[in-house]
Design a protein. Structure first.
Lengths: 312, 295
């Protein structure tokens, strides 16, 4: 057995045992954001595109799932599927607009489009405006397993997360993923080698939006409510911070970043109230100035300096 | 009473005037963003937060220190500019050799710190600031009433925008600036201190945001959240206009303010979103922006 296999197996074992040690709601919250951050990282870390509007996909999927499950009586699995599809549609529309500009404009356009979606949710009747959608039933998975039990729901969330993680892992280690990295490193060169750069960027954008939507849809089932916060630009900022803190362009960085940020937010909001935003901002500043490769990236760098070779 | 498409003319003109006032803020902020981007190659996310601080400082100056509006108009932009110098010298300076995404992320962090601090200190409800006595009341133009303060905001921002344009396009120092934007190393080789110029550019850019904040203080609700909400719209304005031309940013800002005002009259549900919709449309038709150059 390779060390890599042992690593993955022990992580999976941790995931399976975790709800007996840690509060399951917290774990599900963190796993949803971990998936969200991994999806975001596919774009920033592997394609070099900074989206400042990913909360739009998270929020759109959460609202769609919430609405279809509560008002139209869909089961949780069907609801999550429909929510994810909503994110795919929105991601395709946004993607076609946003790939028309490069670099810094990409970030500004995604932010502006996400704000458009935010105002749409604020004013639409189906979202409940400022109140959001409350009391979404968790229901039964495939008519059999009641998800009212937090631990049972946890394993569904873990399965969703693992599915998303495997999709991302396969994507970045495929020939398609190699082209994405080539675009990140040198877009004109990738273009001159004959790759349809815009098509690749659009595909990466839609995959990322879909998985962000999957995270949002699951989030709606876990918390049984959806509010405007899920589509707010602060949420887009949170997911950027998670990825930056954990290490952009690393496989596990966004997961570690998500757990760190969710832990901090839930621990601090009781103690310091609205100063949480100041702390999040300070973390951004510190990460950019001192810690650009994130926790995972800096650890790998340290390991390489000490051992003098790349880890397996 | 005369009507246009079922809307009374004074109401229409009133909304257009409000739109023009908003347009002035868009113009001043997008102008500052464009100047900073030209010189530093950084999108200053903190621009909105600095605008907010301009307004909040104006309020603090009056309520805590008894400094009136006129002194604030002079002092607050200077304070914001000095803050800009500190930010540029201590933080932004370290990022010039990196991808410009890091500049955006850093200034986003700065914006969060500023917004979070003021929200913690003053809450989210608006802080009241009354219109200075000299501008109380309104001009009667015959066909409509024009509040004096709005007229002043429009005049003052247009003058500021024109002065900025004049300095950059028509003076020696502006010529240095334009040259340094094109090729900083060559300009440095001619004996001009480019790093100082970069700092001054950033200070002036954020000073403009501070000035816009002072002008906004009596005209809008002063709230710690006012900056970020505005900066996202200004980003859309910048995407629509393109950052290539100074005059372009001014015209785009004013024009979009007017369109927003018109939307408020005829289809108020879309008033918040019309700028973003126009941005989407412009991306389809002219991806480089109205005044931008295709690369």
């Amino acid at each position: 057995m390779s060390p890599r296999f042992i690593g993955y197996a022990s992580l999976l074992a941790m995931g399976l045992v975790a709800p007996f040690v840690v509060y399951p709601i917290f774990l599900m919250h963190a796993l949803c954001f971990a998936l969200f951050a991994c999806a975001f990282n596919l774009l920033l870390g592997y394609t070099g595109l900074l989206s400042f509007g990913h909360a739009a996909f998270f929020g759109a999927a959460a609202y769609t799932t919430g609405y279809t499950v509560k008002m139209m009586g869909l089961g949780p699995a069907a609801g999550i599927f429909v929510g994810t599809m909503a994110a795919v549609v929105l991601g395709s529309v946004f993607g076609m607009l946003v790939i028309r500009r490069q670099g810094i404009y990409f970030a500004m356009i995604t932010l502006a489009l996400a704000q458009l979606v935010y105002f749409f949710f604020l004013q639409s009747s189906f979202t409940g405006g400022e109140d959001g959608i409350q009391g979404i039933p968790r229901g039964r998975l495939l008519w059999l397993i009641s998800l009212e039990d937090d631990r049972k729901l946890y394993y569904l969330v873990l399965a969703v997360f693992l599915f998303g993680f495997v999709v991302i892992h396969r994507t970045i280690h495929s020939p398609f993923g190699q082209v994405l990295k080539a675009i990140r490193e040198n877009e004109p060169r990738a273009l001159s080698l004959g790759y349809d750069v815009n098509k690749y960027k659009l595909q990466a954008f839609v995959i990322s939006a879909a998985l962000a939507g999957l995270a949002g849809a699951t989030y709606a089932i876990v918390f049984t409510f959806v509010t405007l916060t899920s589509a707010d630009w602060h949420t887009s900022g949170d997911v950027v911070l998670m990825t930056l803190l954990g290490g952009m362009g690393t496989v596990f960085g966004p997961i570690i970043g998500a757990f760190a940020v969710v832990t901090l937010q839930s621990q601090l909001s009781d103690k310091v109230g609205s100063l949480v935003t100041v702390i999040m901002g300070a973390m951004f500043i510190l990460c950019v100035l001192l810690f650009r490769n994130g926790i995972v990236g800096e650890s790998i760098g340290l390991y390489q300096r000490v051992v003098g070779r790349r880890p397996d | 009473m005369t009507e246009v498409f079922g809307v009374p003319v004074p109401a229409l003109l009133g909304q257009l005037m409000l739109g023009l006032v908003n347009g002035c803020f868009y113009a001043m902020l997008s102008l500052g963003l464009a100047i900073i981007f030209g010189m530093l190659n950084i999108i200053n996310f903190a621009h909105g937060a600095l605008y907010m601080m301009g307004a909040v400082f104006t309020w603090i100056a009056l309520t805590q220190f008894g400094i009136n509006y006129w002194w604030s108009l002079l002092l607050v932009p200077v304070v914001i500019a000095v803050l800009g110098v500190v930010v540029e010298r201590t933080m932004l300076r370290r990022l010039y050799k990196l991808d410009n995404l890091y500049g955006l992320l850093l200034t986003f962090g700065i914006a969060l710190v500023m917004e979070g601090f003021f929200r913690h200190r003053y809450g989210v409800s608006g802080l009241p600031y009354s219109i200075p006595d000299a501008f109380a009341g309104a001009f009667n133009l015959g066909f409509m009433f024009l509040p004096k303060y709005r007229a002043w905001v429009i005049a003052a921002s247009l003058l500021t925008c024109f002065a900025t344009w004049f300095v950059i396009e028509r003076t020696q120092i502006g010529a240095y600036l334009r040259a340094a934007t094109e090729n900083p190393r060559l300009v440095q080789a001619f004996g001009i201190n480019v790093p100082v110029m970069v700092t001054v550019t950033y200070a002036i850019g954020v000073g403009l945001a501070g000035l816009a904040g002072v002008l906004a203080a009596p005209a809008t609700q002063i709230s710690p959240l006012m900056g970020t909400n505005l900066i996202i719209v200004v980003f859309a304005v910048v995407v629509i206009g393109g950052m290539g031309s100074i005059l372009g940013s001014i015209v785009t800002g004013l024009g979009l303010g007017l369109i927003e005002g018109l939307t408020k009259v005829f289809y108020s549900q879309a008033a918040n979103t019309v700028v973003f919709l126009i941005m989407a449309l412009v991306l389809l038709v002219r991806p480089a922006g109205l005044f931008g150059k295709e690369k």
